[in-house]
Design a protein around this ligand. Structure first.
Ligand code: CTP
Length: 415
């Protein structure tokens, strides 16, 4: 379990946060069993509330064995405990996974015709919907309206993933990876379900670019994409529409986030510039290579018979952050950069970072001290967030997910 600053009522009282896993009737219900396991292993107290149709896909014994609790689908069961009121009232988070078109329609219209919809009406905690359905159903104007209604009321409705659907067809509508839904739920809990980025668009770059010498060799760097993905997840958890431009990232796609894959700095440059016009905030968390080989060999470069080594000539790449900062799509657009610094004879880490902030022209610069090289691929990070307005906020060593939340706090405050 990652160590977020969970601010729920339960955790403040020293109890295990209480999660309601509401399962509606879609084929992806089997994936909710994996989500349930993540929550129980993460120390959460989970009550599963399936619909009648969900039980057609995955039976009661599975939910009861994995949660350690009896389940009910109707308000008429265990009536002395008034479950239709108690379960929702006591929850710190309700996650509907999978959320079918029908369940979202019932939720949007405030129906209360089974236990799940009663829970949704009585819950006062954050609610996350993880939709899964065929592309046509997701795109139908009725569903589009229902999703908009739920979002307007403060729920987090995550975008479905693209890929293979129930039959042989592919498209948008898949339930995201359960591990990623779990991470998103933790991010939602970390800020108490605040959806202050609803209606906002955030574009994040992540990972490290590769500059090819020939078809098999490249110059690259050690950036894993962990920090950029954590920022994307934190922004999505607060209701933003998020696109990640991922350079050679091998991590699973964050739930609810559109992922565009690139390899080189030139591709990253083009993808970021194409995504920028609609963005309210842009975060350049990627590590683009500053240089690329002047030419790329079409064939694999061979060893010379005389034992001499090839000389690689380099040319400088475009500075994407500086370009995005200088040519903002609209005056209020916020641009955030990162600086990995070691400090040198000319100045300390912060001296160099201040100069970089001015040079790049961005609004915020997240500064990492990489003297030890420990930040790459590590789940932890420490940083100072510098503002172009002269502010400096120190973020102590902690999970990259926690730093991501603080970065998104700064973005939300400035938007
Ligand atoms: N960056 C960019 N385009 C580049 C290089 C870097 O947009 N070609 C962005 C990074 O994504 C990061 C910020 O600029 O947000 C700072 O990256 P860094 O490597 O620290 O800066 P450089 O400009 O490469 O400066 P230095 O000479 O210190 O390496």
């Amino acid at each position: 379990m990652t160590t977020h600053d969970i601010t729920s009522a339960a955790s403040r009282n020293g109890e295990r946060p209480s999660v309601v896993l509401a399962v509606s009737g879609g084929i992806a219900a089997y994936k909710a069993a994996e989500l349930l396991r993540r929550f129980t292993e993460g120390g959460y107290d989970v009550t599963v509330v399936p619909t009648r149709s969900a039980l057609e896909f995955v039976g009661a014994p599975t939910w009861e064995a994995l949660s350690g609790k009896a389940i009910a689908t109707e308000v008429w069961q265990n009536i002395t405990e008034v479950p239709h009121v108690r379960i929702g009232q006591q929850a710190d988070l309700v996650v509907v996974a999978p959320a079918t078109a029908n369940t979202m329609a019932r939720a949007a219209h405030g129906l209360a015709d089974d236990l799940l919809t009663n829970v949704l009406l009585t819950a006062r905690c954050p609610v996350v919907f993880a939709p899964a359905m065929h592309t046509e159903m997701w795109e139908h104007p009725a569903t589009v309206d229902n999703v908009a209604t739920l979002r307007r009321r403060g729920a987090v409705v995550i975008e479905p993933a693209e890929g293979r659907l129930t039959g042989k067809d592919t498209g948008k509508g898949r339930l995201p990876d359960p591990a990623e839904i779990f991470e998103l739920c933790e991010a939602v809990l970390a800020r108490g379900g605040v959806t202050d980025l609803a209606g906002r668009t955030v574009v994040v770059s992540a990972g490290g670019t590769r500059e090819y010498l020939d078809p098999v060799r490249f110059l690259g760097n050690r950036s894993s994409g962990l920090q950029g993905y954590a920022i994307a997840r934190a922004a999505a958890a607060r209701g933003a529409e998020v696109t990640v431009v991922a350079a050679n990232v091998t991590l699973p796609d964050p739930a609810g986030v559109k992922v565009l894959r690139v390899e080189t700095t030139a591709q990253l440059h083009d993808a970021m510039l194409a995504a920028a016009p609609t963005a309210d905030a842009i975060v350049m968390a990627a590590a683009p290579a500053d240089f690329r080989p002047t030419s790329q060999s079409d064939a694999k470069i061979k060893k010379a018979a005389d034992g001499s080594a090839p000389i690689i000539e380099l040319v400088q790449n475009a500075d994407i952050l500086a370009e995005l900062s200088a040519h903002r799509a609209h005056p209020g657009q916020l641009v955030v950069g990162f600086a990995a610094e070691t400090g040198d004879a000319t100045g300390s880490v912060l001296d160099l970072a201040r100069a970089k902030l001015a040079r790049k022209g961005c609004d915020l610069l997240v500064v990492n001290d990489v003297s030890g090289g420990a930040v790459f691929g590590s789940p932890e990070n420490a940083a100072v967030i510098l503002g172009a307005d002269g502010t400096a906020a120190e973020v102590p060593q902690g999970a990259k997910s926690a730093l991501a939340q603080v970065i998104v706090d700064h973005i939300a405050a400035r938007l």
